[in-house]
Design a protein around this ligand. Sequence first.
Ligand SMILES: [Zn+2]
Length: 98
Amino acid sequence: MEEKEKERRFTEEQFSEIKKVVSELTKDYHCEICKNPKWTIDPYMVNIPVTNRVVVELGGSVLPLLPITCTKCGNTHFLNLSVLKLLETIRLRRLKNE
Ligand SMILES: [Zn+2]
């Protein structure tokens, strides 16, 4: 795996904790488009800028979102890692690994 790509991904420790929480949430959840019960949990987060301006500010606040994708049709949902109480875990694990 390329170094840049590796940096974007959660560490194994972070990801296993995330998977534990998200797998439990999605275990009985079927895709509303194709009814498939299987979801892929992406190994990284997507940060959407939060702003009241038209321009994107560097270093501004973001919504920390985790994509989960239906394995059959690609329908993608974003779960807020802050709401799932997983942000602190990610921060602590990252500090430990630096
Ligand atoms: Zn689907």
